[in-house]
Write a protein that binds this ligand. Structure first.
Ligand code: DUC
Ligand code: ZN
Ligand code: ZN
Ligand code: ZN
Length: 466
Protein backbone atom coordinates (compact mmCIF):
# COMPACT_ATOMS: atom_id res chain seq x y z
CA UNK A 1 0.00 0.00 0.00
CA UNK A 2 1.34 3.36 -0.90
CA UNK A 3 1.34 6.14 1.68
CA UNK A 4 -0.38 9.39 0.75
CA UNK A 5 1.52 12.33 2.17
CA UNK A 6 0.34 15.92 2.30
CA UNK A 7 2.72 18.84 2.75
CA UNK A 8 0.62 21.73 3.95
CA UNK A 9 1.11 25.47 4.34
CA UNK A 10 4.59 26.09 2.92
CA UNK A 11 5.88 28.41 0.22
CA UNK A 12 6.60 26.19 -2.79
CA UNK A 13 9.59 27.55 -4.70
CA UNK A 14 10.67 26.21 -8.07
CA UNK A 15 12.85 27.76 -10.79
CA UNK A 16 9.65 29.12 -12.33
CA UNK A 17 7.34 30.05 -9.44
CA UNK A 18 6.78 30.89 -5.80
CA UNK A 19 3.31 29.89 -4.57
CA UNK A 20 1.68 29.18 -1.22
CA UNK A 21 0.57 25.69 -2.12
CA UNK A 22 -0.13 22.30 -0.60
CA UNK A 23 1.56 19.30 -2.18
CA UNK A 24 -0.02 15.85 -2.40
CA UNK A 25 2.33 12.86 -2.73
CA UNK A 26 1.32 9.41 -3.82
CA UNK A 27 3.40 6.38 -4.87
CA UNK A 28 6.61 8.36 -4.36
CA UNK A 29 5.60 11.02 -6.84
CA UNK A 30 3.99 14.42 -6.69
CA UNK A 31 0.31 13.77 -7.39
CA UNK A 32 -0.99 17.35 -7.29
CA UNK A 33 -0.43 20.90 -6.08
CA UNK A 34 -3.23 23.24 -5.07
CA UNK A 35 -3.33 26.71 -3.56
CA UNK A 36 -3.13 26.58 0.23
CA UNK A 37 -6.57 26.64 1.85
CA UNK A 38 -8.28 26.27 -1.53
CA UNK A 39 -11.31 23.98 -1.74
CA UNK A 40 -9.27 21.47 -3.73
CA UNK A 41 -6.49 21.29 -1.16
CA UNK A 42 -8.92 21.18 1.78
CA UNK A 43 -10.65 18.16 0.24
CA UNK A 44 -7.47 16.06 0.15
CA UNK A 45 -7.04 13.27 2.65
CA UNK A 46 -3.70 11.70 3.48
CA UNK A 47 -2.13 9.10 5.76
CA UNK A 48 0.45 11.62 6.86
CA UNK A 49 0.36 15.42 6.93
CA UNK A 50 3.55 17.43 7.24
CA UNK A 51 3.12 21.00 8.47
CA UNK A 52 5.30 23.32 6.38
CA UNK A 53 4.02 26.60 7.83
CA UNK A 54 6.79 29.20 7.71
CA UNK A 55 9.02 26.97 5.59
CA UNK A 56 10.05 26.82 1.99
CA UNK A 57 9.04 23.69 0.09
CA UNK A 58 11.73 23.22 -2.55
CA UNK A 59 12.86 20.47 -4.92
CA UNK A 60 15.63 18.27 -3.57
CA UNK A 61 19.02 19.49 -4.71
CA UNK A 62 20.73 17.92 -7.71
CA UNK A 63 24.51 17.87 -7.26
CA UNK A 64 25.83 17.07 -10.73
CA UNK A 65 29.48 16.73 -9.69
CA UNK A 66 30.61 14.41 -6.89
CA UNK A 67 33.52 11.98 -6.43
CA UNK A 68 32.61 9.47 -3.73
CA UNK A 69 35.49 7.02 -3.08
CA UNK A 70 37.56 8.50 -5.95
CA UNK A 71 41.06 6.98 -6.06
CA UNK A 72 43.47 9.93 -6.33
CA UNK A 73 47.18 10.42 -5.69
CA UNK A 74 47.66 7.06 -3.95
CA UNK A 75 44.68 7.53 -1.64
CA UNK A 76 40.90 7.73 -2.08
CA UNK A 77 38.20 10.29 -1.36
CA UNK A 78 37.08 9.73 2.22
CA UNK A 79 33.31 9.69 1.67
CA UNK A 80 31.88 6.38 0.54
CA UNK A 81 28.61 6.29 -1.36
CA UNK A 82 26.99 5.50 2.00
CA UNK A 83 28.45 8.36 4.02
CA UNK A 84 28.45 10.82 1.14
CA UNK A 85 24.83 10.34 0.14
CA UNK A 86 23.74 10.50 3.79
CA UNK A 87 25.54 13.83 4.09
CA UNK A 88 23.92 14.93 0.83
CA UNK A 89 20.50 14.18 2.33
CA UNK A 90 21.36 16.21 5.44
CA UNK A 91 22.19 19.10 3.17
CA UNK A 92 18.99 18.87 1.14
CA UNK A 93 20.48 17.17 -1.92
CA UNK A 94 18.46 14.18 -3.12
CA UNK A 95 20.28 13.32 -6.35
CA UNK A 96 23.99 13.14 -7.05
CA UNK A 97 25.65 12.55 -10.38
CA UNK A 98 28.99 10.94 -9.57
CA UNK A 99 31.90 10.22 -11.91
CA UNK A 100 32.70 6.63 -12.84
CA UNK A 101 36.31 6.35 -14.00
CA UNK A 102 37.86 4.51 -16.93
CA UNK A 103 41.41 3.46 -16.03
CA UNK A 104 44.08 3.70 -18.70
CA UNK A 105 44.23 0.40 -20.61
CA UNK A 106 40.75 -0.63 -19.50
CA UNK A 107 37.27 -0.37 -20.95
CA UNK A 108 34.45 1.99 -20.05
CA UNK A 109 32.42 -1.11 -19.16
CA UNK A 110 34.90 -2.18 -16.51
CA UNK A 111 35.02 1.31 -15.02
CA UNK A 112 31.28 1.79 -14.99
CA UNK A 113 30.61 -1.66 -13.51
CA UNK A 114 33.09 -0.91 -10.74
CA UNK A 115 31.16 2.27 -9.89
CA UNK A 116 27.77 0.54 -10.06
CA UNK A 117 29.11 -1.96 -7.52
CA UNK A 118 30.42 0.77 -5.20
CA UNK A 119 27.05 2.52 -5.13
CA UNK A 120 24.63 -0.39 -5.27
CA UNK A 121 22.79 -0.94 -1.99
CA UNK A 122 24.70 1.83 -0.23
CA UNK A 123 23.06 5.11 -1.15
CA UNK A 124 20.59 7.09 0.95
CA UNK A 125 19.46 9.17 -2.03
CA UNK A 126 19.27 8.62 -5.78
CA UNK A 127 22.36 8.66 -7.96
CA UNK A 128 23.42 8.71 -11.58
CA UNK A 129 26.79 8.55 -13.30
CA UNK A 130 28.91 10.48 -15.74
CA UNK A 131 31.88 8.61 -17.21
CA UNK A 132 35.46 9.90 -17.08
CA UNK A 133 37.31 9.00 -20.28
CA UNK A 134 41.01 8.41 -19.48
CA UNK A 135 41.90 6.43 -22.60
CA UNK A 136 40.18 7.59 -25.77
CA UNK A 137 40.70 4.98 -28.49
CA UNK A 138 38.55 3.21 -31.10
CA UNK A 139 37.06 0.83 -28.56
CA UNK A 140 36.32 3.62 -26.07
CA UNK A 141 34.55 5.64 -28.76
CA UNK A 142 32.29 2.70 -29.65
CA UNK A 143 31.53 2.06 -25.99
CA UNK A 144 30.32 5.66 -25.57
CA UNK A 145 27.28 4.76 -27.70
CA UNK A 146 26.37 1.88 -25.36
CA UNK A 147 26.67 4.06 -22.29
CA UNK A 148 24.36 6.70 -23.73
CA UNK A 149 21.89 3.86 -24.32
CA UNK A 150 21.97 2.82 -20.65
CA UNK A 151 21.51 6.32 -19.29
CA UNK A 152 25.11 7.40 -18.74
CA UNK A 153 24.88 10.30 -21.15
CA UNK A 154 27.83 12.56 -20.29
CA UNK A 155 31.59 12.11 -20.51
CA UNK A 156 34.30 14.03 -18.73
CA UNK A 157 37.60 14.69 -20.43
CA UNK A 158 40.71 16.20 -18.85
CA UNK A 159 43.07 18.70 -20.44
CA UNK A 160 44.91 18.46 -17.08
CA UNK A 161 46.70 15.62 -15.24
CA UNK A 162 49.07 14.25 -17.94
CA UNK A 163 49.70 10.54 -17.39
CA UNK A 164 46.54 10.03 -15.33
CA UNK A 165 43.29 11.29 -16.87
CA UNK A 166 44.74 13.52 -19.63
CA UNK A 167 43.51 13.46 -23.23
CA UNK A 168 45.34 15.22 -26.07
CA UNK A 169 43.53 17.49 -28.52
CA UNK A 170 43.10 14.68 -31.05
CA UNK A 171 41.49 12.41 -28.48
CA UNK A 172 39.30 15.27 -27.32
CA UNK A 173 38.19 16.04 -30.88
CA UNK A 174 37.32 12.39 -31.53
CA UNK A 175 35.31 12.09 -28.31
CA UNK A 176 33.48 15.32 -29.14
CA UNK A 177 32.66 14.06 -32.63
CA UNK A 178 31.31 10.85 -31.12
CA UNK A 179 29.26 12.80 -28.58
CA UNK A 180 27.84 14.99 -31.34
CA UNK A 181 26.68 11.81 -33.08
CA UNK A 182 25.31 9.86 -30.10
CA UNK A 183 23.94 12.69 -27.95
CA UNK A 184 26.52 12.37 -25.19
CA UNK A 185 27.51 15.67 -23.56
CA UNK A 186 31.26 16.32 -23.25
CA UNK A 187 32.27 17.82 -19.90
CA UNK A 188 35.69 19.42 -19.80
CA UNK A 189 38.26 19.92 -17.07
CA UNK A 190 39.78 22.95 -18.77
CA UNK A 191 43.32 23.55 -17.54
CA UNK A 192 46.47 23.23 -19.67
CA UNK A 193 48.04 20.38 -17.72
CA UNK A 194 51.14 20.08 -19.90
CA UNK A 195 52.12 23.69 -19.17
CA UNK A 196 51.08 23.40 -15.51
CA UNK A 197 53.38 20.41 -15.01
CA UNK A 198 56.34 22.47 -16.27
CA UNK A 199 55.52 25.20 -13.75
CA UNK A 200 55.10 22.65 -10.95
CA UNK A 201 58.53 21.21 -11.64
CA UNK A 202 60.12 24.67 -11.73
CA UNK A 203 58.38 25.79 -8.52
CA UNK A 204 59.49 22.70 -6.63
CA UNK A 205 63.07 23.16 -7.92
CA UNK A 206 63.00 26.67 -6.43
CA UNK A 207 61.94 25.19 -3.09
CA UNK A 208 58.38 26.50 -3.38
CA UNK A 209 56.64 23.57 -1.76
CA UNK A 210 53.78 25.11 0.27
CA UNK A 211 50.08 24.71 -0.57
CA UNK A 212 49.81 28.30 -1.83
CA UNK A 213 52.13 27.44 -4.75
CA UNK A 214 49.45 25.04 -6.00
CA UNK A 215 47.36 28.12 -6.73
CA UNK A 216 50.28 30.00 -8.29
CA UNK A 217 51.30 27.37 -10.85
CA UNK A 218 47.73 26.61 -11.97
CA UNK A 219 47.48 29.97 -13.64
CA UNK A 220 44.31 31.79 -14.60
CA UNK A 221 45.72 32.12 -18.13
CA UNK A 222 46.05 28.36 -18.40
CA UNK A 223 42.40 27.87 -17.39
CA UNK A 224 41.33 30.56 -19.87
CA UNK A 225 43.48 29.11 -22.66
CA UNK A 226 42.15 25.59 -22.12
CA UNK A 227 38.57 26.87 -21.96
CA UNK A 228 39.07 28.72 -25.25
CA UNK A 229 40.66 25.66 -26.88
CA UNK A 230 37.89 23.36 -25.66
CA UNK A 231 35.28 25.70 -27.13
CA UNK A 232 37.04 25.80 -30.52
CA UNK A 233 37.41 22.00 -30.59
CA UNK A 234 33.70 21.65 -29.78
CA UNK A 235 32.84 24.04 -32.63
CA UNK A 236 34.95 22.02 -35.05
CA UNK A 237 33.23 18.83 -33.88
CA UNK A 238 29.78 20.42 -33.98
CA UNK A 239 29.33 19.34 -30.35
CA UNK A 240 27.90 21.02 -27.28
CA UNK A 241 30.29 21.56 -24.37
CA UNK A 242 29.95 21.76 -20.59
CA UNK A 243 32.93 23.20 -18.73
CA UNK A 244 33.21 21.96 -15.14
CA UNK A 245 34.41 23.88 -12.08
CA UNK A 246 34.94 27.27 -13.74
CA UNK A 247 36.95 29.38 -11.29
CA UNK A 248 38.46 32.34 -13.18
CA UNK A 249 36.95 35.54 -14.52
CA UNK A 250 38.84 35.04 -17.80
CA UNK A 251 37.27 31.59 -18.25
CA UNK A 252 33.78 33.01 -17.68
CA UNK A 253 34.59 35.58 -20.39
CA UNK A 254 35.41 32.77 -22.84
CA UNK A 255 32.09 31.08 -22.09
CA UNK A 256 30.17 34.34 -22.37
CA UNK A 257 31.79 35.15 -25.73
CA UNK A 258 30.89 31.71 -27.07
CA UNK A 259 27.32 31.97 -25.83
CA UNK A 260 27.00 35.43 -27.38
CA UNK A 261 27.77 33.72 -30.69
CA UNK A 262 24.88 31.34 -29.99
CA UNK A 263 27.10 28.31 -29.38
CA UNK A 264 25.81 25.48 -27.14
CA UNK A 265 28.45 26.06 -24.47
CA UNK A 266 27.62 25.69 -20.78
CA UNK A 267 29.45 26.24 -17.53
CA UNK A 268 29.44 25.15 -13.92
CA UNK A 269 31.02 26.73 -10.90
CA UNK A 270 31.24 25.50 -7.31
CA UNK A 271 30.71 27.03 -3.85
CA UNK A 272 34.45 26.97 -3.11
CA UNK A 273 35.10 29.47 -5.93
CA UNK A 274 32.20 31.66 -4.80
CA UNK A 275 33.02 31.72 -1.07
CA UNK A 276 36.72 30.88 -0.68
CA UNK A 277 39.90 32.32 -2.21
CA UNK A 278 43.70 32.15 -2.34
CA UNK A 279 43.60 33.66 1.18
CA UNK A 280 42.60 30.19 2.36
CA UNK A 281 45.47 28.52 0.47
CA UNK A 282 47.83 30.84 2.34
CA UNK A 283 46.71 29.73 5.82
CA UNK A 284 49.81 28.87 7.90
CA UNK A 285 50.99 25.52 9.29
CA UNK A 286 50.07 23.64 6.12
CA UNK A 287 46.37 24.39 6.80
CA UNK A 288 46.21 25.71 3.23
CA UNK A 289 46.30 22.08 2.07
CA UNK A 290 42.64 21.80 3.11
CA UNK A 291 41.83 24.11 0.20
CA UNK A 292 43.88 22.45 -2.52
CA UNK A 293 41.67 21.50 -5.44
CA UNK A 294 41.81 21.86 -9.22
CA UNK A 295 40.89 24.19 -10.75
CA UNK A 296 42.40 26.07 -7.78
CA UNK A 297 40.88 28.74 -5.57
CA UNK A 298 41.46 32.18 -7.10
CA UNK A 299 42.05 35.69 -5.70
CA UNK A 300 38.84 37.07 -4.24
CA UNK A 301 38.41 39.50 -7.19
CA UNK A 302 37.26 36.62 -9.41
CA UNK A 303 34.13 36.01 -7.35
CA UNK A 304 32.20 38.96 -8.75
CA UNK A 305 32.52 37.56 -12.29
CA UNK A 306 31.27 34.16 -11.14
CA UNK A 307 28.22 35.65 -9.42
CA UNK A 308 27.54 37.80 -12.47
CA UNK A 309 27.84 34.73 -14.72
CA UNK A 310 25.29 32.95 -12.56
CA UNK A 311 22.90 35.90 -12.83
CA UNK A 312 23.34 36.35 -16.60
CA UNK A 313 23.14 32.60 -17.26
CA UNK A 314 26.63 32.45 -18.73
CA UNK A 315 27.03 29.90 -15.93
CA UNK A 316 24.06 27.58 -15.49
CA UNK A 317 24.94 25.20 -12.65
CA UNK A 318 26.46 25.21 -9.19
CA UNK A 319 27.66 21.77 -8.15
CA UNK A 320 30.21 20.88 -5.52
CA UNK A 321 33.00 18.76 -7.06
CA UNK A 322 32.72 17.06 -3.66
CA UNK A 323 36.02 15.17 -3.34
CA UNK A 324 36.93 15.02 0.36
CA UNK A 325 40.29 14.06 1.80
CA UNK A 326 40.98 14.16 5.53
CA UNK A 327 43.62 16.63 6.65
CA UNK A 328 45.26 13.99 8.83
CA UNK A 329 46.85 11.24 6.78
CA UNK A 330 45.55 12.38 3.40
CA UNK A 331 46.17 16.10 2.79
CA UNK A 332 49.31 15.58 4.87
CA UNK A 333 50.76 13.39 2.11
CA UNK A 334 51.76 16.65 0.47
CA UNK A 335 53.82 18.15 3.30
CA UNK A 336 57.00 19.38 1.66
CA UNK A 337 55.56 18.96 -1.88
CA UNK A 338 52.28 20.66 -2.75
CA UNK A 339 51.96 18.50 -5.87
CA UNK A 340 51.38 15.46 -3.63
CA UNK A 341 48.40 16.99 -1.80
CA UNK A 342 45.31 15.09 -2.95
CA UNK A 343 43.11 17.53 -4.90
CA UNK A 344 39.60 18.13 -3.66
CA UNK A 345 37.28 19.73 -1.12
CA UNK A 346 34.30 18.44 0.83
CA UNK A 347 31.01 20.25 0.20
CA UNK A 348 28.08 18.04 -0.80
CA UNK A 349 26.34 18.86 2.50
CA UNK A 350 26.88 22.63 2.31
CA UNK A 351 25.79 23.64 -1.19
CA UNK A 352 22.09 24.35 -0.66
CA UNK A 353 22.78 26.36 2.51
CA UNK A 354 25.63 28.39 1.01
CA UNK A 355 23.49 29.28 -1.98
CA UNK A 356 20.60 30.23 0.28
CA UNK A 357 22.99 32.56 2.06
CA UNK A 358 23.86 33.98 -1.38
CA UNK A 359 20.17 34.82 -1.79
CA UNK A 360 20.22 36.73 1.50
CA UNK A 361 23.49 38.41 0.51
CA UNK A 362 21.84 39.69 -2.67
CA UNK A 363 23.84 37.69 -5.23
CA UNK A 364 20.92 35.71 -6.69
CA UNK A 365 17.15 35.53 -6.38
CA UNK A 366 15.31 32.74 -4.57
CA UNK A 367 14.13 31.23 -7.83
CA UNK A 368 17.63 31.41 -9.30
CA UNK A 369 18.85 29.55 -6.20
CA UNK A 370 16.53 26.69 -7.08
CA UNK A 371 17.38 26.93 -10.76
CA UNK A 372 21.17 26.65 -10.43
CA UNK A 373 21.01 24.03 -7.67
CA UNK A 374 18.08 21.85 -8.81
CA UNK A 375 16.32 22.53 -12.12
CA UNK A 376 19.24 23.49 -14.33
CA UNK A 377 21.52 20.58 -13.40
CA UNK A 378 18.53 18.27 -13.90
CA UNK A 379 17.90 19.69 -17.38
CA UNK A 380 21.58 19.76 -18.27
CA UNK A 381 21.94 16.06 -17.55
CA UNK A 382 18.61 14.66 -18.70
CA UNK A 383 16.83 14.25 -15.37
CA UNK A 384 14.06 16.83 -15.71
CA UNK A 385 11.22 16.90 -14.68
CA UNK A 386 11.69 13.63 -12.78
CA UNK A 387 14.22 15.58 -10.68
CA UNK A 388 14.77 19.28 -10.11
CA UNK A 389 11.20 20.53 -9.71
CA UNK A 390 7.94 20.01 -7.85
CA UNK A 391 5.26 19.26 -10.42
CA UNK A 392 2.63 16.55 -10.93
CA UNK A 393 4.49 13.39 -11.98
CA UNK A 394 7.86 14.45 -10.59
CA UNK A 395 9.62 12.26 -8.06
CA UNK A 396 8.63 13.46 -4.59
CA UNK A 397 12.18 14.60 -3.78
CA UNK A 398 11.25 17.53 -1.59
CA UNK A 399 13.01 19.62 1.05
CA UNK A 400 11.31 21.63 3.79
CA UNK A 401 13.72 24.49 4.31
CA UNK A 402 13.58 26.79 7.32
CA UNK A 403 14.72 30.17 5.97
CA UNK A 404 15.07 31.74 9.43
CA UNK A 405 17.07 29.11 11.33
CA UNK A 406 20.61 30.15 12.22
CA UNK A 407 23.53 27.76 11.96
CA UNK A 408 27.31 27.78 12.04
CA UNK A 409 29.00 25.35 9.65
CA UNK A 410 31.48 23.09 11.44
CA UNK A 411 33.22 19.74 11.13
CA UNK A 412 31.94 19.12 14.67
CA UNK A 413 28.39 18.89 13.39
CA UNK A 414 28.60 17.98 9.71
CA UNK A 415 27.90 14.47 8.43
CA UNK A 416 30.55 14.16 5.74
CA UNK A 417 33.29 11.64 6.52
CA UNK A 418 36.09 14.18 6.65
CA UNK A 419 37.94 15.72 9.59
CA UNK A 420 37.59 19.39 8.64
CA UNK A 421 35.14 21.76 7.05
CA UNK A 422 36.17 24.12 4.25
CA UNK A 423 33.59 26.57 5.69
CA UNK A 424 34.42 26.17 9.41
CA UNK A 425 32.74 28.91 11.44
CA UNK A 426 30.70 30.35 8.59
CA UNK A 427 27.32 31.65 9.75
CA UNK A 428 24.34 30.73 7.60
CA UNK A 429 20.77 31.83 7.91
CA UNK A 430 18.57 28.97 6.75
CA UNK A 431 18.67 25.24 7.34
CA UNK A 432 17.26 22.01 6.00
CA UNK A 433 14.47 20.74 8.25
CA UNK A 434 12.95 17.73 6.50
CA UNK A 435 13.82 15.81 3.33
CA UNK A 436 11.78 13.36 1.30
CA UNK A 437 13.29 11.10 -1.36
CA UNK A 438 10.63 9.60 -3.65
CA UNK A 439 8.11 10.26 -0.90
CA UNK A 440 10.10 8.60 1.88
CA UNK A 441 11.28 10.68 4.80
CA UNK A 442 15.07 10.56 4.88
CA UNK A 443 15.49 13.56 7.19
CA UNK A 444 12.57 14.15 9.56
CA UNK A 445 12.81 17.44 11.46
CA UNK A 446 16.60 17.16 11.61
CA UNK A 447 16.79 13.48 12.36
CA UNK A 448 18.13 10.99 9.85
CA UNK A 449 15.40 8.46 9.09
CA UNK A 450 16.75 7.19 5.77
CA UNK A 451 18.67 4.05 5.01
CA UNK A 452 21.55 2.87 2.86
CA UNK A 453 19.98 1.19 -0.14
CA UNK A 454 16.95 3.44 -0.51
CA UNK A 455 18.80 5.44 -3.16
CA UNK A 456 18.50 4.02 -6.67
CA UNK A 457 20.43 4.42 -9.91
CA UNK A 458 18.66 6.85 -12.22
CA UNK A 459 19.25 6.40 -15.96
CA UNK A 460 19.36 9.78 -17.70
CA UNK A 461 18.22 11.05 -21.06
CA UNK A 462 20.47 13.42 -23.01
CA UNK A 463 21.00 17.14 -22.33
CA UNK A 464 17.68 18.98 -22.37
CA UNK A 465 19.15 22.40 -23.27
CA UNK A 466 19.83 21.31 -26.85
N1 DUC B 1 39.77 18.25 -9.21
C1 DUC B 1 39.79 18.05 -7.90
O1 DUC B 1 39.94 19.00 -7.16
N2 DUC B 1 39.64 16.79 -7.43
C2 DUC B 1 39.45 15.66 -8.23
C3 DUC B 1 39.60 15.85 -9.66
C4 DUC B 1 39.65 17.25 -10.11
O2 DUC B 1 39.62 17.51 -11.29
ZN1 ZN C 1 40.79 -4.24 -18.30
ZN1 ZN D 1 38.03 18.34 -12.83
ZN1 ZN E 1 35.56 16.75 -10.25
Amino acid sequence: MSIRTLIRGGLVITAADEVHADVLIEDGRVAALAAHASAAAEAWTADRTIDATGKYVIPGGVDAHTHMELPFGGTAASDTFETGTRAAAWGGTTTIVDFAVQSVGHSLREGLDTWYAKADGNCAVDYAFHMILSDVNERTLKEMDHLVGEGVTSFKLFMAYPGVFYSDDGQILRAMQRGAANGGLIMMHAENGIAIDVLVEQALARGETDPRHHGEVRKVLLEAEATHRAIQLARVAGAPLYVVHVSAEEAVAELAAARDKGLPVFGETCPQYLFLSTDNLEEPDFQGAKYVCSTPLRPREHQAALWRGLRTNDLQVVSTDHCPFCFRGQKELGRGDFSKIPNGLPGVENRMDLLHQAVLDGHISRRRWIEIACASPARMFGLYPQKGTIAPGSDADIVLYDPHAEQVISAETHHMNVDYSAYEGKRITGRVDTVLSRGELVIDQREFTGRAGHGAFVPRSTCQYL
